[in-house]
Ligand binder design. Structure first.
Ligand code: ARG
Length: 512
C-alpha cells in the first residue's frame, strides 16, 4: 500500500516492518481525540487564511463523517496505515480528495499531533481516576461516621500498639487519599498544556495562531517551546508516578483486608459477592479481590519503570522510542480504575465485626502506655521511670500467663514497685474505651477528634470534587466551542462571525 509519506521510497515496506512499527491497538483509544485536534487545527488554518473557507468546509465535512463512522463501529483502524493519525488523514483524503484533504497537515507534524491526542485522552482519564478515588474516599467517610467510637487495636510492627477507633482508621485512608488526589491534580496541570503548532520540532514558517487552538481544545496554556514540548514525556512520568504512589496506598488497604478477614483476626467479614471459594476445600472463603489488587501493584510500578527506561538518555527531538510511552500508561490507568471501582463496591458491603475488634483492642497489654501516662499524671513520676515500672509489670504478668484483666495481680505488682493504685482506678485506666477517649490531642484517636476530622476531611473532599467538576466543565465548554464552529461552517456561516459571537457570549457568561 502506498504510504502518505511514500514519496521518498521506491519500494513497499516489508510486512514485518509494518506490523512491528504500527501502534493501532494503543491508538484506538484516541480516534475521537485525533479528530477533535484535527478540526481545531483546520479551523485555525482557515482563520489564519492558510487554507480557504472552502477547504475548511470539505475537511470538516469528512472529519465529521469519520467521527460518525467511528461511533457506529464502521471506521476501523488499519494497521498498514501505521497509526491513528494516518488513518484519519487517509479517510479524509479518500473522501474529500487530496486537493482539499491534503491540506489538513499544513503546519502540523505527527509529532505535535500525537501529543495533542494523548493529552486530550490522558486529561480525561486523570479526571475519571480522581472521580473514582473520591467515590472510594466517600465510602471511608461513611465508615468513620458510622463508627467514630468503636474501639479496635491499633498496630505498629503488626503488633498490638494502642487502642484506636474504627473511625480513626477510616479517616486515615481519607487523609491519605486526599494527597493522592492532589498528586493527580498536579499531574493534570502538567498534562494540560497545548503542544499543537510545535510541528516537527522547530515551529513553522506559516502564520499559525497557537493561542487559538489552546482555546479551542480547552488547554490551560500553550506549551511554547517547540523543541521542549516535542521531546517531553515527563507529563506521562508525572501521571505514572501519581498512579504508582496511589497503587502503593491501595495495596496497604488490600493487605489489611486480607489479614483482617482471617480467622485469627476476624475483624471483618467480606460479602459473598466479593470473595471466592476453593475447588477442593469446601469451607474456604478467600479475599481474592484484595489479593489481586495487592499483586497488581507490580504492574503499575512496572509501568512507571517501563516509561522511565524508555525516556532515559533520549536526545532532544522526536524519537520513535516515544511511541512506547502510551502502553504503560494505558495499563496503569486500567489497573487503577478497576481496583478503585471494585473497592468502592466492596467497602460498603464489608461487615466490620465491632465486638471482635473491641475484644482485641483491650487484649495483649494494649493500654500499657495509658497506664504509664497515668502514673506520670497522678504520681508525679518522670515518664521514663513509669515506662520502666509498667514494662516490668507487663513482663512479669506475661511470664505468669496473666494479663491486665487480672486486676489484683496487676495492682500487687505495681505496689511492689512502690505505686499504689485502687482497683477501680486501675480498671478504668486499663479500659481501651477510656484510653481512646483520652487521646484528645490534635489529630488523635478520641471520638471527638475523629468526628472533627471527619467533617474537615469531608470539606476537603468536597473542594476536590468541585475542582474536578470545574475542570470537566472547562473541557465540555471547549468541546462545545469546536462543535459550534464546525456546525456553523458546515451550514455555510461565516467563520469569523461565529468565533466573534462565541467570544462575546463567553464574556457575557463570565460577567453574569
Ligand atoms: N505513533 C507515533 C507515536 O506514538 C506517532 C508519531 C509518529 N511520528 C513520527 N515522526 N514518526 O509516537
Amino acid at each position: 500500500m502506498k504510504k502518505l509519506w511514500g514519496g521518498r521510497f521506491s519500494k513497499d515496506l516489508a510486512s514485518e516492518t509494518e506490523s512491528f512499527t504500527q501502534s493501532i491497538d494503543v491508538d484506538s483509544r484516541m480516534v475521537l481525540h485525533d479528530i477533535w485536534g484535527s478540526e481545531a487545527h483546520a479551523i485555525m488554518l482557515a482563520r489564519q487564511e492558510i487554507i480557504s473557507q472552502d477547504d475548511l468546509r470539505e475537511i470538516l465535512k469528512w472529519l465529521e463523517r469519520a467521527k460518525e463512522d467511528f461511533e457506529k463501529g464502521r471506521f476501523k483502524l488499519k494497521p498498514e496505515l501505521e497509526d491513528v493519525h494516518m488513518n484519519v488523514e487517509t479517510y479524509l483524503i479518500e473522501g474529500a480528495g487530496v486537493e482539499f484533504g491534503g491540506k489538513l497537515h499544513t503546519a502540523r507534524s505527527r509529532n505535535d499531533q500525537v501529543l495533542v491526542d494523548a493529552k486530550l485522552y490522558i486529561r480525561e482519564q486523570i479526571l475519571k481516576t480522581e472521580e473514582l478515588l473520591c467515590a472510594l474516599a466517600e465510602e471511608f467517610i461513611k465508615v468513620a461516621k458510622d463508627y467514630p467510637d468503636a474501639v479496635m487495636p491499633g498496630y505498629t510492627h503488626t503488633q498490638h500498639a494502642q487502642p484506636i477507633t474504627l473511625g480513626f482508621w477510616a479517616t486515615a485512608y481519607v487523609s491519605m487519599f486526599l494527597r493522592d488526589l492532589r498528586r493527580l491534580k498536579n499531574a493534570y496541570e502538567i498534562v494540560n498544556t497545548n503542544p499543537l503548532g510545535a510541528c516537527a520540532l522547530a515551529g513553522t514558517s506559516f502564520p499559525i495562531d497557537r493561542e487559538f487552538t489552546t482555546w479551542l481544545l480547552g488547554f490551560d496554556s500553550t506549551h511554547e517551546h517547540a523543541l521542549d514540548v516535542i521531546s517531553s514525556r515527563d507529563f506521562i512520568a508525572e501521571t505514572l508516578c501519581a498512579l504508582a504512589i496511589l497503587s502503593s496506598n491501595l495495596s496497604k488497604l488490600a493487605e489489611e483486608i486480607v489479614y483482617w478477614s482471617t480467622y485469627e483476626f476476624g475483624m471483618i467479614e467480606l460479602d459473598d459477592a466479593y470473595a471466592l471459594g476453593s475447588s477442593i476445600m469446601p469451607q474456604k472463603k478467600n479475599p481474592c479481590v484484595a489479593e489481586l489488587i495487592r499483586a497488581r501493584t507490580g504492574r503499575v510500578y512496572g509501568a512507571l519503570m517501563d516509561l522511565l527506561t524508555v525516556l532515559k538518555g533520549l536526545p532532544m527531538g522526536y524519537n520513535r522510542d516515544l511511541q512506547e510511552d502510551k502502553p504503560p500508561l494505558w495499563e496503569a490507568f486500567d489497573q487503577i480504575q478497576s481496583a478503585l471501582s471494585i473497592l468502592t463496591e466492596m467497602i460498603p458491603t464489608t461487615k466490620f465485626k465491632i465486638d471482635r475488634m473491641e475484644e482485641l483492642a483491650g487484649a495483649n497489654f494494649s493500654t500499657a502506655t495509658e497506664l504509664a501516662n497515668y502514673l506520670v499524671r497522678e504520681h508525679g513520676l518522670p515518664f521514663r521511670k513509669c515506662h520502666e515500672i509498667v514494662g516490668s509489670v507487663v513482663g512479669e504478668l506475661a511470664r505468669k500467663g496473666l494479663t491486665f484483666s487480672d486486676l489484683e495481680e496487676t495492682q500487687r505488682l505495681l505496689e511492689e514497685r512502690g505505686v499504689v493504685v485502687s482497683i477501680d482506678e486501675l480498671k478504668s485506666v486499663l479500659d481501651p474505651r477510656r484510653a481512646v477517649e483520652n487521646n484528645r490531642s490534635l489529630g488523635g484517636t478520641s471520638p471527638r477528634e475523629v468526628m472533627r476530622m471527619t467533617d474537615s476531611l469531608l470539606d476537603k473532599l468536597r473542594d476536590h470534587e468541585f475542582s474536578i467538576k470545574t475542570r470537566r466543565d472547562g473541557i465540555d465548554r471547549a468541546y462545545r466551542r469546536t462543535r459550534r464552529i464546525v456546525e456553523g461552517v458546515l451550514k455555510g456561516e461565516d467563520l469569523e462571525g461565529i468565533i466573534e459571537e462565541l467570544i462575546s457570549e463567553e464574556v457575557v457568561a463570565e460577567e453574569g
